[in-house]
Design a protein around this ligand. Sequence first.
Ligand SMILES: NC(=O)c1ccc[n+]([C@@H]2O[C@H](COP(=O)([O-])OP(=O)(O)OC[C@H]3O[C@@H](n4cnc5c(N)ncnc54)[C@H](OP(=O)(O)O)[C@@H]3O)[C@@H](O)[C@H]2O)c1
Length: 455
Amino acid sequence: MQPETAMQHEMTQILAAIQAGDTPAEDFAHLKLPDSYRAVTVHADEAEMFAGLDSRDKDPRRSLHVEDVATPELGPGEAIVAVMASAINYNSVWTSIFEPVSTFSFLKRYGKVSELTRRHDLPYHVIGSDLAGVVLRTGPGVNKWKPGDEVVAHCLSVELEDAEGHDDTMLDPQQRIWGFETNFGGLAHLALVKTNQLMPKPAHLTWEEAASPGLVNSTAYRQLVSKNGAAMKQGDVVLIWGASGGLGSYATQMALNGGAIPVCVVSSPDKAQICRAMGADLIIDRAAEGYKFWKSETEQDPKEWQRFGARIRELTGGEDPDIVFEHPGRETFGASVYVAKRGGKIVTCASTSGFQHSYDNRYLWMNLKSIIGSHFANYREAWEANRLIDKGMIHPTLSRSYALEDTGQAAYDVHRNLHQGKVGVLCLAPEEGLGVRDAGKRERLLPAINRFRDV
Ligand SMILES: NC(=O)c1ccc[n+]([C@@H]2O[C@H](COP(=O)([O-])OP(=O)(O)OC[C@H]3O[C@@H](n4cnc5c(N)ncnc54)[C@H](OP(=O)(O)O)[C@@H]3O)[C@@H](O)[C@H]2O)c1
């Protein structure tokens, strides 16, 4: 057996302090931080490795590495967190296939902002935009958080030195997604965050459950519920693409929790079953019903939009969607604009199938519909979304978890749409099921927490 390295020894001490469950803050503050840590990375010198391949054939298992990297220096307003668990987001897929651009261009640009941000511009990128873990160190100027706090982190990183971001931090010109447009992300044993990313970890959840909602839950909250998005209200009919996927599984729960009527679009009977388990009963299996919105590479088929719209009306008793929750992009956008109700909203946060959208504008202007762009969430929206999880009103949609060493496979599953809900990654947590601090509350909510498990 290999002798334990200094890094492994220090990580073992950190893990023991966390596992004890009652370690005082002072003891956490005195734990030695290792000089290096295990992390999932992509490499700048491999950014061209998939040149010429179709997106589908670009394999995250080849580009994602698990290796030791140097622990970054801690700056003002920041924290180093011991990461117990993280999760795969679609941005981890984009990073790993270097699409639409290599994330090293983001790191380079960020590196130019200040002396402190220069740390991020490295030939490797530690990725990951979710975490659940424990604060180990806080930098100068941090008062609200201390070593030992059990936290989750949202992924909005802002500098807030300009006026524009002071109504809504998403409008800050220096707005970035942590672990995608910044370095030192959550798919690792340690992470560097700004402390205004931190939120309390819901006590009834395991580490991997707590880590899984973050990015998508906050995004769905702004996109669907917030006044900055679609401002959903009771009784609204909400068409949700990918309703059992990362974003959609939260949008579906929020629609039901908020008294709206979700119409869930999925692509298999299993996924339809998950939507039923969440409490939705208006479901369209797009694969079984065979919608083909594009006749050729360049031409859409309005007859298919009509067939889809008629199906929605059949389910709703003749009503059209007040809100369309969009993210597939090119393949569905023409249909989304067509089926939205007169005066309805199409709210989009992504373009998974292609970002050049086309739609028939007559349906938009003549029917007074609007298209709203939405991106992640500000701190307050992320906090409100996390509060819903903490209150047991919205639940994690974790289907399975992988070891950190197998992150490539986890990202591959999401890239190939082989997954349900969210896919978790165990970082320092040696096994699943740890970190629950309120067992009674968990017991009451267990069936809802487990809806997506192993389906
Ligand atoms: N702007 C932001 O802040 C933000 C935040 C989170 C995610 N995103 C983006 O949003 C997208 C979805 O993320 P996610 O986490 O929900 O991913 P996900 O877990 O893969 O779920 C997306 C679902 O969309 C459906 N879908 C995929 N391609 C489709 C197509 N061509 N037509 C119709 N439905 C399709 C699939 O469901 P079915 O096969 O069951 O229909 C899939 O499960 C990604 O592009 C991601 O980068 C953006």
